[in-house]
Design a protein around this ligand. Structure first.
Ligand SMILES: Cc1ncc(COP(=O)(O)O)c(C=O)c1O
Length: 313
């Protein structure tokens, strides 16, 4: 089909982190891998969701797509929309000084600045989609499952490379979409009889507030909205007052027997430096936060999903 030809896609590398293994597991046979999503064309895992949303939009006859964003997803959506001659209308919180704003412009996105938070930008985008008949690519929207499906490919690729699912998969958490999608991927593989078990899923986020992780650690049934969060330069992809796919992520953490961790900005930046120094891998601090798990993991095979390279200005 024409759309598929225009938007071909490739795998990202699964890299063995042997120096980190020696540093964190000096006495056992543990293996640690990075699924490096920084290798995607726009530098983040959001490309996976954007490709599939653009495909679905074109298949459904839409020529305009919209999403609210703090940066990464908007850049991906704009990049792939332009590739097929569609228009991306991206809603951005006005007060954010987005490091990736110039890329949004370069890829021809129509920007709408919104007074308020990321959550307000998503709500404004959802409203605009329904009023104007645009394709809604927002997390938590009617097309949420498209993102889950896109991220489920991470589970397939990791399993294909290792021959078996790892014992643990560690992901950074914002809305919970990526984590829920990866869990869905492993569950499907088990449902189809390709693998026997689903890995334990660990979610890592900021100490400054994330609805999924705070609800999980607080023993809540559902992902509860937080009253107050603190956005910083480093935690912005992870901090979340309302996690739009929070219930699905919470279920994934529980069903997989997983756990959740919170990391300071200082630690995230430290892990980013460590990844660069030991393994030569360029990772956004929020993405490098997954290294926190290495302090707690037992012996086994562990896959860390590094969601983004560091887009230095
Ligand atoms: C680089 C990066 N990592 C992780 C996340 C969190 O992903 P999710 O919102 O699917 O939980 C985001 C979300 O914006 C992101 O941009």
């Amino acid at each position: 089909m024409l759309v598929r030809q225009e938007l071909s896609y490739y795998r990202t590398p699964l890299l063995r982190l042997s120096r980190l293994e020696r540093a964190f597991f000096p006495r056992d046979e543990s293996r640690v891998y990075a699924k490096y999503e920084g290798a995607n064309p726009t530098g983040t895992h959001k490309d996976r969701a954007a490709v599939l949303h653009v495909q679905r939009a074109l298949e459904g006859g839409f020529r305009v797509l919209t999403a609210g964003t703090c940066g990464n997803f908007g850049v991906s959506l704009a990049y792939y929309s332009r590739m097929v001659g569609a228009r991306a209308v991206i809603f951005v919180p006005r007060r954010y000084t987005l490091e990736r704003m110039s890329e949004l412009r370069r890829y021809g996105a129509q920007l709408v600045l919104v007074d308020g938070s990321y959550e307000d930008a998503v709500s404004a985008s959802v409203r605009a989609a329904s009023e104007n008949g645009w394709y809604d690519a927002n997390p938590g929207s009617i097309n949420s499952r498209v993102s889950f499906e896109a991220y489920s490919a991470l589970a397939h690729e990791i399993t294909w490379e290792l021959g078996d699912p790892p014992d643990t998969v560690v992901l950074p958490v914002g809305n919970g979409t990526t984590l829920a999608g990866v869990h869905m991927g492993f569950s499907k593989l088990r449902g189809l009889g390709y693998v026997e078990r689903v890995p334990r899923i660990i979610g890592v986020t900021t100490v400054h507030g994330n609805s999924v992780v705070d609800s999980f650690l607080g023993g809540m049934e559902r992902a509860m909205p937080l009253r107050r969060v603190k956005e910083t330069r480093y935690n912005e992809p992870l901090v979340s007052m309302i996690s739009f796919d929070g219930d699905a992520a919470l279920a994934a953490l529980r069903e997989s027997g997983g756990s959740a961790l919170r990391v300071t900005d200082r630690a995230m930046v430290g892990y980013s430096r460590l990844l660069r120094e030991l393994e030569g891998i360029d990772a956004l601090p929020a993405s490098a936060s997954v290294l926190e798990s290495l302090r707690f993991l037992g012996e086994g095979t562990h896959a860390l999903v590094i969601t983004s390279r560091w887009h230095l200005p």
